[in-house]
Design a protein around this ligand. Structure first.
Ligand code: GAP
Length: 512
């Protein structure tokens, strides 16, 4: 199965098992907007909890808030979003498809670098053990030629973006002979900037109505509350403020399922530091966040850092943690050193001082900020793509299993009476009642037990507990493990302790 087929299968599996539905599907859907179903909502909540606990509960110097989506419109003027939150767009005149010009160029660069990597891979197989990759990359003429070509385009692109020279961005696309993936032609329009914020109005028409925006990032809710939290929480620098919540962007090129949506959820943390120490904290958070991703059990080769070519208007250093989605390595999380840009701008526009008095230095200053920002929906897609497995079993049958890390699984335990008679279902209910205070537990009696195991594999339930006639006689049940399908006999009295060991969120948190 190639990656494209795999991705299609993941999308239909998500729908079939109640993870994700197209929004307003009965009206043919709303483009790039999705609803989470009964399984999806649980998984999403668990991912959010994992992030919140690892950030807030595990750090004494980080607190969480929940700011409103609507903010005073001047917020977005101050933050630069009204003037600069734009995507450079280009249309292909033949296919009438619209693209982000920067993405077209970045994908072209990635293709050139992939050619260099292919040369290295070929040489690695040819030379075996004795292969010195670093030396080969430095000296092989074909590899160095690819790298030089990519660097030259990258530099030209960087300068064009910095100078906001959209003519030049278009010329790079032409010169690189980038074609439209749909029409295959180079018949491009000019490049235009398009603001991504959704606006609406507050107040009735007869009153003074004012334009307000749906927040395009949660971060500004943290910045405007910086002093409120610092003062009331008696926070000492360095400290962080975290929040999770909806953000909205009028994405023009919205593709790839829940990867790029118009309404999505962010989990952001702003870490306020003493000016001059920001690079130290930037590196600290890069490592810490990568460790967090590794705790999810993704392989080492599944994530990588990608430094930004063009820094956002507020940053002096920025990188992404990219994940190997079925459609390639793409941004999952951003880590940004945002300097004192936001707080200073809010000081300027509000006329209020947003300074911290540092008792150690005996002076006040506007703190610098290092931000970690991850999209919850993208994380959801990463976990889903990584967990989805189509397996052929020893007896020739097949199953789809979601090997979601245990503490994150939507349902933790399914309690299944072997048959729906002779008091077995009632016994199962008793076990559900015992476990429901600790875990999300389900029970169902319909269909053969094998079918019920498969249904639970398909939603990633780590354990099935089977109640049979022996249960009624000796108080034991069969505990079936999702990944190995191994079964063992355990006492009902021991069940809770056995399950707690594997299913509790602390098992993941200890790896962060
Ligand atoms: N406060 C900084 C900020 O918003 P960003 O790189 O624009 O930075 C952060 O967004 C994260 O939000 C991204 O890494 C991504 O995971 C998620 N994200 C951004 N736009 C998204 C979209 N349209 N759909 C889903 N997730 C998105």
């Amino acid at each position: 199965m190639n990656q494209e087929e795999l991705f299609k299968n993941i999308i239909s599996h998500s729908k079939e098992y109640g993870f994700i539905f197209q929004s307003s599907e009965i009206y043919d859907g709303l483009s790039a907007v999705y609803d989470y179903g009964q399984m999806g909502a649980e998984l999403k909540k668990n991912l959010r909890d994992f992030w919140w606990k690892s950030m807030v509960q595990m750090h004494q110097n980080i607190v969480g808030i929940d700011a409103a989506i609507f903010m005073h419109p001047t917020t977005w003027k101050a933050s630069g979003h009204v003037d600069a939150f734009n995507d450079p767009l280009i249309d292909n005149k033949d296919s009438k498809k619209r693209y982000r010009a920067d993405v077209l160029i970045e994908e072209h660069l990635a293709k050139i670098m992939a050619k260099a990597d292919k040369e290295v891979e070929k040489a690695k197989t040819r030379f075996g053990e004795a292969f010195d990759e670093a030396l080969y990359r430095k000296t092989n003429p074909r590899v160095t030629e690819y790298v030089a070509k990519a660097e030259a385009i990258e530099n030209r692109f960087k300068h064009a973006l910095e100078a906001n020279n959209l003519e030049e961005v278009r010329q790079i696309i032409i010169d690189c002979e980038i074609v439209c993936p749909v029409s295959g032609t180079k018949n491009w329009t000019e490049v235009r900037q398009f603001n991504l914020m959704f606006s609406t109005s507050m107040g009735s028409v007869s009153e003074e109505a004012s334009t307000i925006y749906l927040r395009p990032e949660t971060a500004q809710g943290i910045f405007v509350n910086f002093l409120n939290v610092q003062k009331t929480g008696r926070m000492k620098i360095p400290f962080g403020i975290a929040q999770t919540g909806k953000a909205f962007r009028n994405e023009i090129v919205a593709r790839q399922f829940i990867f790029r949506m118009r309404e999505f959820e962010q989990m952001e943390m702003q870490f306020f530091v003493r000016p001059g120490t920001e690079m130290e904290w930037y590196n600290y958070w890069k490592e810490t966040r990568m460790k967090w991703h590794r705790a999810l059990g993704f392989g080492e080769n599944k994530q990588k850092f990608h430094d930004h070519i063009k820094l956002a208007h507020y940053a002096n250093a920025a990188c992404d943690i990219e994940f190997a989605f079925p459609f390639g390595f793409k941004e999952l999380e951003g880590i940004h050193s945002r300097t004192d840009y936001d707080l200073k701008k809010h000081e300027e526009y509000s006329g209020k001082k947003l300074q911290y008095f540092d008792p150690e230095l005996n002076q006040g200053y506007v703190p610098y900020v290092v931000e970690t920002s991850i999209g919850l929906d993208r994380l959801f897609l990463a976990v889903l793509s990584e967990s989805y497995k189509e397996e052929t079993l020893e007896d020739g049958s097949s199953r789809v299993v979601l090997s979601i890390p245990f503490p994150l699984a939507p349902v933790k335990v399914a309690v299944l009476p072997l048959v729906n008679k002779d008091g077995l279902a009632e016994k199962a209910e008793e076990i559900v009642d015992m476990l429901k205070y600790d875990f999300r537990v389900s029970t169902e009696a319909k269909d053969a037990i094998g079918k019920r195991y498969r249904r639970n594999d398909a939603i990633g339930t780590p354990y099935c507990v089977t109640v049979d006639y022996d249960t009624m006689a000796d108080g034991t049940v069969t505990l079936r493990h999702r990944d190995t399908m191994a079964q063992e006999r355990v006492k009902i009295d021991d069940l809770r302790q056995i399950l707690l060991k594997d299913l509790h969120m602390s098992t993941l948190l200890k790896k962060c």
